[in-house]
Design a binder for this molecule. Structure first.
Ligand code: PRT
Ligand code: ZN
Length: 214
């Protein structure tokens, strides 16, 4: 028990990396010595951090390779893994929206009937369309989604939006917001007594940091 640690998976680089590390630091957890490594131990809390691609984090947590992880809620909803959301973290805020070429007419979601929609979120889009009885062709692509309409690959796109400037620069306008997302702390549900105690301590500190930020 004594050398057991809470294993946390964090994005290696990208939009959530810095805020995730900062959150742990503000929780009084010191990772200073290992930020450039793929794996590091905190010097003052029984915690070990793994730095990974964000897309892989839900699987690592489901497989119990990591006990907890920090990812966008959007990733959890798309991948439908057996993990639970423990805490919303208040950063990495964005929305998942459908956008179309800006001069195209749009009266409502039924205008998407029979259209080709490019996205990295095929499951979420399929569910959303089905819930509105709309049938469209979903083309899964893994990046640069916003250029799909201009190169003739799709009639519409569905992607994450924060400031809206990427849509604007690509001549697109937002017509449907499917969901709002932010970074969340996830865990698997087979933590032992000791690691769930550690998670509770971490969670208590995270809640204190969140309060102090208001
Ligand atoms: O390398 P790795 O696989 O780990 O990273 P990644 O490239 O897959 O993810 P990354 O770092 O881009 O995003 C990680 C998480 O940040 C996402 O899963 C979201 O939860 C969150 N997030 C918040 C965003 C955005 N805001 C965001 N704006 N993720 C992506 N974007 C992209 C969006 O896809 C679009 O291309 O930014 C562009 C739009 O931004 P605006 O400001 O022009 O609207
Ligand atoms: Zn990714």
């Amino acid at each position: 028990m004594l050398n057991q640690k809470l294993k946390i998976a964090i994005q290696k680089s990208g939009r959530l990396h810095e805020d995730s590390v900062r959150l742990l630091q503000e929780c009084g957890i010191d990772l200073q010595n290992g930020l450039n490594k793929l794996k590091t131990e905190a010097s003052n809390f029984p915690l070990e951090a793994y730095f990974l691609r964000d897309d892989d984090i839900p699987q690592y947590v489901e497989d119990e390779v990591a006990d907890v992880g920090i990812v966008g809620e959007n990733v959890i909803l798309e991948k439908e893994k057996h993990v639970q959301i423990v805490e919303q973290l208040g950063f990495g805020k964005c929305r998942l929206s459908i956008a179309i070429p800006k001069d195209q007419e749009y009266k409502g979601i039924h205008d998407l009937q029979g259209k080709r929609i490019a996205t990295s979120y095929p499951h979420i889009v399929a569910q959303y369309l089905a819930s509105h009885q709309v049938k469209a062709e979903i083309h899964e692509i893994s990046g640069s989604v916003e250029i799909a309409p201009s190169i003739g690959l799709a009639d519409a796109i569905c992607d994450l939006v924060s400031s809206g400037s990427t849509l604007f620069m690509n001549g697109l306008r937002e017509v449907e917001t499917i969901l709002h997302s932010q970074a969340v702390l996830i865990s698997h549900n087979r933590l032992n007594e000791y690691t769930s105690q550690l998670l509770e301590q971490l969670r208590f500190r995270i809640q204190a940091v969140k309060k102090s930020r208001h």
